[in-house]
Design a protein around this ligand. Structure first.
Ligand code: GDP
Ligand code: MG
Length: 205
């Protein structure tokens, strides 16, 4: 079994994040919790790569997205005469145009609980309801209301893998194995070394 500290997750800083000059600010938030940047590059995504990432053939995911949207409509008291799959397909199409419209920054982050930790820092999908202190809550004002009314993808700055398993699939889409770098950070020891206390004691003997 790999150690907790080996968990990896994929982050994409979407076009709105890049073109609002938030790349540094966003990366800073991941670096300061002591996640390690394993890989990073700027990519102008092709339709092909977006379709591998947000797969239009993955009906389960499309239905999940559609159901989430339907719940939102229900809350607003809006009746929608579409199946979750139809809604999901439409969201996927809008995502495709959004992601293919400009360069994104793709990053692999590594560290304990990387996927869960990054999702926590990123905040919920809809920036309007994302908690203050999260990246979406602090730096974005878009909403399902506005993006649906304008029939476009919601501009929520970031994609982050939902869990470690999803991350594995997604990292393979965006990166070659050779682009994931092995290197040490000086603070790795105090974050992870289970013998850190003993080593400190020896220093002070
Ligand atoms: P995430 O993991 O928080 O990014 O959310 P999902 O994986 O559920 O959805 C992927 C992306 O699809 C989101 O980041 C949004 O850009 C977009 N999206 C999801 N649901 C909706 C929706 O109901 N309406 C709109 N306009 N966009 C959506
Ligand atoms: Mg997701």
């Amino acid at each position: 079994m790999t150690h907790f500290k080996e968990e990896q997750t994929l982050v994409l800083i979407k076009g709105d994040g890049v073109q609002r000059g938030l790349v540094g600010e966003i990366i800073r938030r991941f670096e300061r919790v002591s996640l390690k940047i394993k890989a990073m590059k700027m990519v102008w995504p092709s339709d092909e790569i977006v379709n591998r990432h947000y797969d239009p053939a993955n009906t389960e995911w499309l239905e999940d997205v559609g159901n989430k949207a339907l719940k939102g409509y229900e809350k607003k008291g809006i009746k929608v005469d579409k199946t979750p799959l139809e809604i999901g397909k439409h969201v996927q199409e809008n995502l495709l145009s959004f992601l293919a419209a400009g360069p994104v920054v793709a990053i692999v982050l590594q560290g304990a609980h990387a996927a869960e930790l990054v999702r926590k820092l990123v905040g919920s999908t809809d920036p309007l309801s994302a908690a203050p202190g999260t990246i979406r809550g602090d730096f974005a004002l878009d909403s399902y209301y506005m993006s649906d009314a304008d029939d476009r993808a919601i501009r929520n700055l970031i994609h982050a893998s939902g869990n470690a398993e999803e991350a594995k699939r997604e990292i393979e889409i965006w990166f070659d194995e050779s682009e994931l770098h092995k290197y040490t950070l000086p603070y790795d020891e105090v974050v992870y070394d289970k013998n850190w206390e003993k080593k400190q004691a020896l220093l002070n003997e």
